[in-house]
Design a protein around this ligand. Structure first.
Ligand code: GLN
Length: 450
């Protein structure tokens, strides 16, 4: 019954692409059986979660919110989802997202926009839940699911968490296996939890993380018990405030919530220090070369032969089938990324764009390495604005891309970063603050967020 109420709420927001009540119920039954036998229930025993539809799930359609994967039913389970089931969780359904995780508003999905449960005070316009993990943020914010998986390539866990007033952490690159996760930009893609509290994120991240021989970039490190070491006392910790994040055009309300964040951390015992991350302004342009370049290569596999959609016009040959399938199957934003990616990788422009962007990436990473001699973690806004009405940025991809201006540097450097709720703005919309940590220091990030 509770499930049906949730389904109604979820369909009003268009948060799910498919629902899987039997999966969640089986996990609940398994917990009952274990309890009856006095067995350990597992880290997430019986918890019904939402699964971003970028994770392959055995026997359950997996689309990446693209027409080109419609009808694709994997015969295998992603490592991250498998680990969650082993920890006792169950699946409510596959959550909507921006197509192939490309977007910041959940408007590029083939299966329609996702609405945020939040409204701007005094208006009734449907607001963006952020993206690309917008089904995840909407479902958790609307209390349809206590937690959901997300993926973050350049902000797609943190920005939707900020827009929806929830918590989300992108761990250090390599903590969570990418095996069985539909690839966008492989050197950046990371899975992570989205939930209502830092505590819930700590528990869920522990279930998701861990070395996986099937992912060549998986970290060979033990997964700490983050939950057990949560500690809100920040005495002796130095929190860096990067001066380059005060950008022109950042809303006053964002700057004042940043000030508020400093106060909270000072009250918790931390020392606030100014730091410099001089290459910050080059991070977003470099991201929009590297991510599309990798995407254009990763998306070459959708050819109408191996997965989902196949368009085979009458009398068509192989090339015609590729062209027809890809023209029909990919959305406009995905095509834009493929075009940019193939351009920057082309023989004539490779050095001018791709090589240059890789150099910038190294400089951005070095900025952070230098900063760690002065601070233990960094506090910054998550986004330059609060959520916006659906449809309001559709003709303006550059402003849309700017949503991730504060999120992308940590992505390029592979660092753990989390967004936590930081109250509401004057319009009653949530704002988020971001904590970026040293490599492998999810604990420091979680503790500062607590
Ligand atoms: N919004 C960014 C993009 O469109 C980030 C997406 C992501 O992290 N998956 O590329």
């Amino acid at each position: 019954e509770a499930f049906n109420v949730a389904v109604e709420k979820a369909s009003a927001l268009n948060a799910f692409i498919v629902t899987t009540p039997d999966h969640a119920l089986a996990a609940a039954d398994a917990v009952d059986a274990k309890r009856a036998k006095g067995e350990d229930l597992g880290k997430m025993g019986g918890v019904p979660i939402g699964m971003k539809d970028l994770f392959c799930t055995d026997g359950v359609q997996t689309t990446a919110a693209s027409h080109i994967l419609e009808g694709f039913v994997p015969r295998y389970e992603s490592t991250v989802s498998q680990k969650l089931w082993e920890a006792g969780a169950g699946m409510l359904g596959k959550l909507n997202l921006d197509q192939f995780a490309m977007g910041s508003s959940n408007e590029t999905s083939y299966f329609g926009n996702v609405s945020s449960p939040w409204k701007k005070a005094g208006t009734n316009a449907a607001m963006s839940p952020g993206g690309s993990s917008g089904g995840s943020s909407a479902a958790v914010a609307a209390r349809i699911a206590p937690a959901a998986t997300g993926t973050d390539t350049g902000g797609s866990i943190r920005q939707p968490a900020a827009f929806a007033g929830i918590t989300g952490i992108k761990p250090t690159y390599g903590r969570c296996s990418r095996w069985g996760v539909v690839a966008f930009a492989s050197s950046l893609d990371q899975a992570g939890p989205m939930a209502r509290s830092v505590e819930d994120c700590a528990i869920m991240l522990e279930a998701m993380a861990g070395f996986d021989p099937k992912d060549a970039t998986s970290l060979q490190m033990d997964v700490p018990n983050w939950e057990a070491a949560l500690d809100a006392d920040l005495k002796g910790k130095r929190i860096g405030i990067p001066r380059e994040y005060r950008m022109d055009g950042t809303d006053a309300e964002i700057l004042s919530s940043w000030e508020q964040g400093k106060e909270w951390l000072r009250d918790a015992g931390a020392e606030i220090v100014d730091i410099a991350l001089p290459h910050t302004k080059y991070a977003l342009p470099a991201y929009y070369i590297i991510a599309p370049a990798e995407a254009s290569s990763n998306l070459a596999r959708y050819d109408g032969v191996r997965y989902g959609l196949r368009d085979l016009p009458d009398g068509a040959g192989l090339q015609d089938m590729y062209a027809a399938t890809r023209a029909d199957g990919f959305g406009d934003e995905v095509k834009r990324r493929i075009l940019i990616g193939t351009y920057v990788l082309s023989a004539g422009f490779y050095d001018a764009y791709y090589t240059q962007a890789q150099k910038v990436r190294a400089l951005v990473a070095r900025d952070f390495e230098n900063a760690w001699s002065q601070c233990d973690a960094i506090l910054a806004p998550t986004t330059p604005t609060a959520s916006f009405p659906l449809g309001s940025l559709n003709d303006d991809p550059l402003t849309m891309y700017l949503n991730d201006v504060f999120a992308v540097p940590a992505s390029l450097a592979g660092l753990p970063a989390m967004s936590v709720p930081a109250g509401l703005n004057a319009d009653g919309l949530p704002l988020g603050l971001q904590i970026v940590g040293k490599p492998f220091d999810e604990q420091g990030v979680l503790n500062a967020g607590l």
